[in-house]
Design a protein around this ligand. Structure first.
Ligand code: ADP
Ligand code: MG
Length: 589
């Protein structure tokens, strides 16, 4: 075939694949345009997951009628003043967003500049550009996107459910609203008001968007290193989450999802929160434009720092100091622990969800008293128990000792050595118990004497409220309780005294993570995830001292339970060394 130039529409559709991967990307580009236009308020209305319709109105400068056609042309921008791409102080600069959206869907722009006799509109559908026409509208710009990806069916096939796309849109607006607290934001999603925020102080904006649980608990951080300034709000170590979506990184006003920043945050919290969990934080970095390359990817969400190591150290150092300041202050000499060592199932010291460092105040009353009051102390290397003769019908044998308050050492009648991870094993048993109940018609619920109200981020409360009918068969009876709150009426009986707030937060994360839209079917598909999550909230923790009878009961329970050999994360719950294995390990055979 001879070489030919691609038609502009084809070029734009190809570009659309990179710039506008999903509806959330279109939302991002349009809101960024509104921010670049100096808007003081931005209204966003999304329906059908953004695939059907996105409608964004701003009160910015507007686009003059004679430039409307240019605005939707490829590589046309009013923003880039520095052709060397060093001084980029607008969110947009590539002139690709509007033509890409117009190539993949139907875009209507209605815009009016101050002093113009009226607004003017232009339409572009699948790359076909219409006439500029007078229209009604105030100063500013309104962009309406309909039928996104109708012209690029290959892309449309890869979209997730409208519900999942709506969640992604919401997360994007959440990030942008955090990046620009000086702008009023209103978000409507599927006909419901998600938030309506006035222009406000960053701390207030963060409080509003991170949910009531975080309000007042976030530690402000201010630090500078060389020419990089960090202003941040650090979640307390107790506020860790299932996913990293509650982290906001803003660099020179641009919301980003940069791996370097995310890793720095993870390192800063590494010793403080359980492995696999994610801290909650908002970071604002300001640095000279020339110390930054924002032109790494068409979506402009990744950056390159000239001095990446410096930025990383700044974050790790500043968070480390702030978090250390909340903990370990009044620890008596000789008493050293890291928060991870504290048994997590101690009786609540304060309201559920209160910052973990509250534990340290107990040190003021002396360690002995604290131990008495809360039943924890330092894990011993090994606690021996009175041995009993192993019964030949019990493959996991009789317990001999508890090691580091975490592993049970047992010996079977054939001389095999057995080591059990008490937490993993108990978690598995609880999960299997819940599963058996679920399969027999529904997890048994225990009505709470006093219903509990759990404060959540509005988005999480929504997710849970939608899943409420399905959660009922999991023994969890909840209902919406005003914006951002959920009322818990009953909990699964098998969970005992589990913390309802922590469970709901984790479930919201789980449900938001997957493709599940919250309908009964999708929730049941996530059966294992939900049961595992619940089990995790009840289980004996590593670090809890067990009585001999408890150890025996655990071993017997494991023998009686199918699938007890691995925990729900697939790790083994016990290790067994037979006599033959011992002999081969010692080279005797
Ligand atoms: P970029 O933002 O990279 O310049 P876009 O395709 O997003 O490229 O927009 C093209 C141009 O259209 C912008 O440079 C700007 O001049 C104009 N424009 C787009 N959206 C708006 C808006 N909401 N208000 C004012 N001008 C806008
Ligand atoms: Mg733009």
């Amino acid at each position: 075939m001879p070489i030919r130039r691609l038609a502009p529409t084809t070029i734009n559709r190809i570009a659309a694949g990179e710039v506008i991967e999903r509806p959330a990307a279109a939302v991002k580009e349009l809101v960024e345009n509104a921010i670049d236009a100096g808007a003081t308020r931005i209204f966003i209305d999304i329906s059908g997951g953004g695939i059907e319709r996105i409608d964004i109105t701003d009160d910015g400068t507007g686009i003059p009628a004679d430039q409307l056609a240019l605005a939707i042309e490829r590589h046309a921008t009013s923003k880039l003043t520095d052709d060397a791409l060093i001084r980029i102080d607008t969110l947009g600069f590539r002139g690709e967003a509007l033509p890409s959206i117009g190539a993949a869907g139907r875009l209507t722009l209605i815009s009016r500049v101050a002093g113009a006799p009226s607004a003017f509109s232009i339409k572009i559908s699948g790359g076909a550009v219409g006439e500029v026409m007078p229209a009604a509208g105030a100063v500013g710009t309104r962009a309406i996107v309909e039928d996104l990806f109708y012209a690029t069916p290959a892309r449309r096939k890869f979209l997730r459910s409208p519900r999942a796309e709506a969640d992604a849109c919401e997360l994007l607006v959440w990030r942008l609203a955090l990046a620009a607290p000086h702008i009023a934001f209103r978000l409507m999603l599927e006909g419901r008001l998600i938030f309506d925020l006035p222009a406000q102080d960053p701390a207030l904006r963060i409080g509003a968007l991170f949910g009531r649980e975080a309000e007042g608990a976030l530690l402000p951080i201010e630090a500078t290193r060389d020419n990089v300034h960090l202003h941040a709000f650090a979640g307390p170590a107790s506020l860790h989450r299932q996913s990293a979506s509650r982290q906001s990184f803003v660099v020179n006003g641009r919301p980003v999802t940069d791996p370097l920043l995310r890793t720095a945050l993870r390192v800063a919290y590494r010793e403080l929160i359980p492995a696999g969990r994610h801290p909650v934080a908002a970071l604002y970095l300001t640095l000279p434009a020339e110390a930054l390359d924002v032109n790494v990817h068409p979506a402009k969400t990744e950056l390159r720092f000239a001095d990446g190591n410096g930025v990383r150290s700044l974050i790790i150092g500043a968070f480390g100091r702030a978090l250390a300041g909340t903990a370990g202050m009044a620890v008596p000499p000789g008493f050293q622990f890291r928060p991870g060592h504290l048994p997590r199932n101690r009786p609540p010291l304060a309201a559920p969800g209160a910052p973990a460092p509250v534990t340290y105040s107990t040190a003021q009353r002396g360690f002995a008293e604290a131990e008495q009051a809360f039943g924890f102390d330092l894990p011993a290397a090994a606690r021996m128990i009175e041995p009993s003769a192993p019964d030949p019908s019990q493959p996991l044998g009789a317990p001999l000792a508890q090691i580091f308050d975490t592993y049970i050492l047992a010996v079977a009648s054939d001389g095999s050595l057995v080591l059990v991870d008490q937490h993993a094993a108990h978690e598995r048993l609880t999960e299997e118990h819940l599963r058996a109940e679920f399969l027999a018609g529904g997890v048994r619920a225990q009505t709470l004497l006093l219903p509990v109200v759990v404060d959540l981020a509005p988005r999480e409360a929504d997710i849970l409220a939608n899943a409420a009918p399905a959660l009922q068969s999991f023994g969890l009876e909840i209902e919406p309780f005003g914006p951002g709150a959920i009322l818990v009426r009953a909990m699964p009986a098998a969970l005992g005294q589990a913390d309802a707030a922590a469970l709901l937060r984790d479930l919201a994360d789980d449900l938001a993570d997957g493709a599940a839209g919250g309908g009964t079917d999708s929730l049941v598909m996530k059966l294992d995830a939900v049961l595992a999550r619940m089990a995790c909230h009840r289980s004996i923790r590593a670090g809890r001292r067990l009585a001999a009878a408890e150890m025996s009961a655990l071993l017997r329970d494991m023998e009686a339970t199918p699938r007890a050999a691995t925990c729900s994360h697939g790790r083994p719950t016990f290790l067994k060394l037979s006599r033959a294995e011992l002999e081969s390990l010692f080279g005797r055979s």
